[in-house]
Write a protein that binds this ligand. Sequence first.
Ligand code: ZN
Length: 155
Amino acid sequence: MDDHNDKDDVQDDVQDAIAEFAKDEAERDRRKQEKKPKKDRRPIYYAIIAVCIVIIAIQIPKIVSLSKQEPKPNRLGATQTDELTDACINNLWAILQTLQLKETDISEYSCPLNKKPYILTKNKDGYTVECPNATLHGFSHVRITTSKPIPELIP
Ligand SMILES: [Zn+2]
């Protein structure tokens, strides 16, 4: 490339400059594009996940205590009952299932307060089972009816 004249040299210079500029520009573009995905967002995601875990962890005792203190409402009437009354109500549930199976022998069940048998009465819609110790439980009636299958605690 010895036969360059001045004009060619100038042109070469210009072209070099343009090429250089283009290279720089391309380089800048490349860096810019590299920069975007390179901006590592994972720490942010981890932070968000960590916050979520902390929030859930804080809520867990609350959720657990809620499920302990207030299991689904399994009876009508007063909600504050002692353990034996709860056991009696569980018996009413079990008797109800027995009756739904067309089985009327409920002699295996008795009120946990004093082992007295439950009172079974037939009515036109089905059966009513009543605890013989309703007043000892603190109610006038503790019963369940096949036509209305939820224990009733009548104050
Ligand atoms: Zn009872």
